[in-house]
Ligand binder design. Sequence first.
Ligand code: ADP
Ligand code: MG
Length: 253
Amino acid sequence: PPRNQVVLEAKTVTKRFGGLVANDAVSLDIKAGEIHALIGPNGAGKSTFFNMISGVDDPTEGEVRLMDRPMTGQPSRAFAALGLGRTFQHVRLLGQRRVIENVALGAHRRGQRGWIASMLRLDRAEEAALLAQARRQIERCGLGEFAEVPAGSLALGQQRVVEIARALAGHPAVLLLDEPAAGLRHLEKRALATLLDQLRAEGLGILVVEHDMEFVMNLADRVTVLEFGAVIARGTPAEVQCNPKVLDAYLGG
Ligand code: ADP
Ligand code: MG
């Protein structure tokens, strides 16, 4: 999609769990070629929102649109088929398997049945194409030298990048990252930020859900801040950083 085109949009999305309002009319959009950060303290509703915009869970009210299509009631597989790639808060790699195999699992044709079924039915040429595609994504992410080592032997920061490469192997237009910087060392965060900069320049729309305020403030084009399920601030990092409500929410005002 052309730069600045909205690739994913949430319109007044509300999620209730019994009496608890985990998301209260949250609106947000992600444009091609930008990094949008969703931040907020623990329990603010970030993961709940993430689940709704990736098709894991349905909103109680409101609408999610992906590539300008209404997605209400669609399974996460349909989101993937339309161009959504994601990573998980906790690394989900097959540690004994080589990096290239892990990434190839993301390259199996999107929207089809489970990968195991599709893997088993691949012929030699299809398998070779899948591995070539995986290798391209690994190199794109700067991990070329690690393609043949077991994923579990890499440092956490590198495993996070492998997960991004796996998401990229599905050719997404939108990339959703759930707390990608959590638990990373300073230099690993720097490397991750450099990669996300590069992907933004290539035209991806990226949503980073983060607890680490410093990490996103140096990276994001726009920031949306959640507290108790509701948007309390939005704007550029500079605008959001000096917003008294945000300082209160983070410093436990
Ligand atoms: P965050 O990711 O920002 O830490 P969450 O989205 O995980 O926040 O949680 C927001 C609120 O919703 C919390 O009060 C949490 O306890 C509640 N919550 C999340 N998921 C469920 C669920 N499946 N059932 C009931 N309550 C939930
Ligand atoms: Mg969370």
